[in-house]
Design a protein around this ligand. Structure first.
Ligand SMILES: CC(C)(COP(=O)(O)OP(=O)(O)OC[C@H]1O[C@@H](n2cnc3c(N)ncnc32)[C@H](O)[C@@H]1OP(=O)(O)O)[C@@H](O)C(=O)NCCC(=O)NCCS
Length: 383
């Protein structure tokens, strides 16, 4: 299989393989998917594997940022991974992913994230489960009655992409969030221009919502707010539809403040979809991430990473004053030993006792590592 970048006129040639892998796409669904893919396509980030001149595999590397303790880290969003049904089971999926991982290194992304449809393929190349995309059902009436004060909000569209991106970034930064991603402005323009998505901006908040597929309930795709007043106002704006929509399905953080603002809360069903993380460049990933203020940690690490040899070997980790450093060391007699999967999970805040018992981290003194990396990462976007 020969893998190459697809040109801007070649996207339609991936429609057949996409339909066979993810379900038949109507013309309008394909048009929307193509609009979302265009920025990556134009940046030379849509790839296809060919055999005998025919596409047998596809994959894309979205150019994203991801907040880690409030600091934006460059991350490759791996999406649209598919192998033609008749070509599966011959190692093409693994070959494609290996190629994409090498491209992540060359693009200079310290991290790569993805939503897995199957886990073993990604684990075999160093990805590990890191966070979730959470949805809950909220009664629209409970949201309608949240507003305490009038907060100025305005409708926004594609022309407001930069301002929306900046407001969303400021909220995640100030909250010290872990996991949400930031889109480039080109994708924001598509999101803000999508028919049927209602988008409003406040000085320190943003909401995007739509009717669900059956037209019976509302669905909040993103609501971020930097203050209590804005939080209440934006949720109440959605809840004002309670006369025609009884419930609101909402994509939220596990500790989203709305869950502490609503009056009644008892039994909750959380629908959680997993995403996985890969540390592509260990020193850059540690250097770019934020760490909790007031926590310091020092540890000797021995990393095993045959797929990205630059990560492998002895390192010394230092975390202090909200920042981290990973520096080469001559070797410690009893380092904390971990592979690429353990490193990804540690980075994402999976507790050290969990990592030890899952066989992802061994030896050494990991005493303060857990507190330094502690996080409950979430996402607000599926791709
Ligand atoms: C998942 C997919 C890309 C794998 O492609 P493939 O060419 O068959 O994969 P490979 O032959 O390289 O196999 C790689 C590994 O994945 C495993 N694997 C492949 N398909 C799998 C499946 N459906 N469920 C579980 N494991 C699977 C293989 O067993 C192999 O593991 P091994 O080396 O331990 O045996 C392909 O089945 C596909 O396109 N599926 C539909 C779309 C999809 O799920 N895409 C992934 C989106 S995240």
């Amino acid at each position: 299989m020969q893998i190459r970048v697809l040109g801007s006129g070649e996207l339609d040639e991936t429609r057949d393989i996409r339909s066979r892998a993810f379900g038949r796409l109507s013309d309008s669904a394909w048009a929307q998917s193509a609009r979302m893919a265009r920025p990556a396509l134009e940046a030379g980030r849509q790839f296809a594997g060919f055999e005998g001149g025919r596409i047998v595999a596809t994959g894309r590397l979205n150019d994203l940022t991801q907040w880690w303790q409030g600091r934006a880290v460059s991350v490759a969003g791996v999406g649209g991974v598919a192998v033609a049904p008749e070509a599966r089971g011959r190692g093409l999926g693994r070959a494609l992913l290996t190629d994409l991982l090498e491209r992540c290194v060359r693009f200079g992304h310290p991290l790569a994230m993805l939503y897995p449809a199957t886990t073993p393929l990604y684990r075999s190349l160093g990805w590990e489960h890191a966070g979730g995309l959470h949805h809950v059902e909220l009664p629209a009436e409970a949201l309608r009655t949240l507003a305490a004060e009038r907060v100025p909000v305005r409708r926004v569209g594609p022309q407001d992409a930069e301002e929306v991106a900046a407001v969303v970034a400021r909220v995640h930064e100030a909250a010290g969030d872990c996991g949400p991603i930031g889109w480039r402005h080109g994708v924001w323009r598509v999101l803000l221009g999508t028919e049927g998505h209602y988008t409003y901006l406040a000085e320190d908040g943003f909401v995007s919502y739509r009717w669900d597929g059956n037209g019976e309930g509302l669905e909040v795709t993103r609501l971020v707010a930097g203050s209590e007043g804005t939080l209440r106002a934006l949720w109440a704006l959605v809840g004002s539809g309670s006369s025609t929509a009884a419930s609101v399905r909402a994509c939220v953080a596990p500790s989203d403040p709305v869950l502490w603002a609503i009056r009644e809360r008892e039994c909750e069903t959380v629908d959680r979809r997993q995403w996985m993380l890969r540390v592509v460049d260990a020193p850059a990933a540690i250097g770019a991430r934020g760490f909790p203020a007031g926590v310091s940690a020092r540890a000797a690490l021995l990393i095993d990473d045959p797929d990205v040899p630059a990560n492998a070997g002895h390192w010394h980790l230092t975390v202090e004053d909200g920042t981290g450093r990973l520096e080469r060391s001559g070797g410690d007699p009893d380092p904390v030993r971990l592979g690429a999967r353990g490193l990804a999970a540690l980075y994402a805040g999976v507790p050290v006792p969990t990592l030890r018992r899952a066989g992802l981290l061994h030896g050494g003194d990991a005493g303060t590592l857990g507190a330094a990396f502690a996080a409950t990462p979430y996402a607000l976007d599926y791709f």
